[in-house]
Design a protein around this ligand. Structure first.
Ligand code: ATP
Length: 375
């Protein structure tokens, strides 16, 4: 099912009794979720992810704008008529019912033409349970299951009505790190098998990047960028997106462009086309964008080298860095040569360096056909 969000805005009355100012939770969302894909809705706490999800499922009504499922305008349709399955962070299972009874629950209230026989219901519940690999646990109560198993039950319960759209609100947040990893792979598999259009809300960029066909990055209720995870990582539209995606995070610096050269401090680190206007800029350099070279154009003072198997993390300081330390990830075979005063030097991979307007944070693009400063 293709979902179209058209100029969607949601405002709430102020919680502060003394002020009449409204809270704009979501502003002018305008994008399409393709049929059968898994979309990651991503952003920091309070950016409007859950509000967006609740508007798609109908639990919240938009202040303005429209929502379409395929060609049907569902903006004023009640949640139970939208054909959506919803899974929350806290599983929300009925503790006194068994796994089987929990999964059967949504089927027992079906009416009219949708009504199923007992055999049909049991068959559907078993298939949903098998899909999420809890078919053996049907007679247990939720308290007898691990967190990961409970979340699988919640997913089976959401899938049993064969929804047109599956909505997952931070479904992995209550799981420990190992289960989180395992369950996110499961969700990807289930989505591939069922091909149900799925919207996955998370504030964890790594989680969203790893399972989504497409990510939507939001900040303060406004969409910042939409695209395939790798494309957004490689080609961020603004400083916020560049900083939000990637572990370790992108290194940021105060820089200056002057006469076709990008300066960080006194170092002339990169040649840029004359079309890039002179003046102060914000610079982002991905950790994998540094090439150790004793004659390199970019310098810093070495703090530490952390070997992590195949790669090593070179930690150094630079006076123009916006954080105390800069982190470069390089191949651990490469020898890091320290100059006088612990100076380390690098050349930069041009496609890993991003320049942003110093005030607005908007990306200033330049030709990146050349992959490094020196070939
Ligand atoms: P989190 O990751 O913390 O759940 P989120 O990105 O899902 O955050 P939302 O829950 O959608 O964000 O909230 C977006 C904004 O709208 C926040 O500023 C929030 O305080 C505000 N908001 C949400 N629900 C209400 C409400 N019922 N009344 C007033 N303000 C609200």
């Amino acid at each position: 099912m293709r979902i179209i969000l058209q100029n969607l805005t949601k405002t709430f009355p102020s919680r502060n009794k003394k002020s009449n100012e409204e809270v704009v939770a979501v502003k002018d969302l305008d994008f399409e979720i393709p049929d059968g894909k898994l979309i990651g809705l991503l952003g920091p706490s309070g950016c409007g992810k859950s509000t967006t999800l609740y508007m798609i499922c109908g639990l919240q009504k938009p202040t303005s704008g429209r929502i379409f499922f395929g060609d049907n305008d569902v903006t004023s349709l009640e949640p139970e008529h939208r054909g959506v399955g919803l899974v929350f962070q806290n599983y929300a299972l009925y503790p006194h019912l068994t796994v089987k009874q929990n999964i059967l629950f949504p089927l027992q209230n079906l009416k009219g033409a949708d009504k199923l026989t007992k055999e049909e219901m049991l068959d559907r519940a078993q298939k949903a349970a098998d899909l999420v690999q809890i078919g053996e646990l049907m007679d247990r109560k939720p308290s007898e299951l691990s967190g990961g198993q409970q979340q699988r039950v919640a997913i089976a319960r959401a899938l049993v009505k064969t929804p047109r759209v599956l909505l997952l609100d931070e479904p992995l947040s209550n799981l420990d790190a190992r289960l989180r990893l395992q369950t996110r792979e499961e969700i990807k598999r289930i989505q591939r098998e069922t091909k149900v259009t799925t919207v996955f809300v998370t504030h964890d960029q790594e989680e969203a990047m790893s399972i989504s066909d497409m990510i939507v990055v939001m900040k303060e209720g406004v969409v910042q960028q939409i695209g395939q995870p790798q494309n957004v990582y490689d080609d961020p539209d603004n400083l916020f997106v560049a900083q939000f995606l990637g572990t370790p995070p992108i290194n940021t610096f105060d820089g200056v462009v002057a006469g076709g050269t990008l300066f960080i401090g006194d170092d002339a680190v990169l040649d840029v086309p004359a079309s890039v206007p002179d003046g102060p800029v914000s610079v982002g350099i991905r950790p994998e964008g540094f090439i150790p070279d004793e004659n390199g154009r970019f310098s810093g003072k070495l703090v530490n080298i952390e070997v992590m198997g195949r790669d090593c993390s070179v930690v150094f300081t630079n006076d123009s860095s916006r954080k105390p330390n800069v982190r470069a990830i390089v191949d651990s075979d490469i020898q890091i040569i320290r100059g006088a005063d612990n100076t380390v030097r690098f050349d930069l991979k041009k496609n890993k360096v991003f320049i942003f307007n110093a005030e607005t944070g908007e990306r200033i693009r330049f030709d990146d056909s050349d992959k490094s400063v020196r070939v």
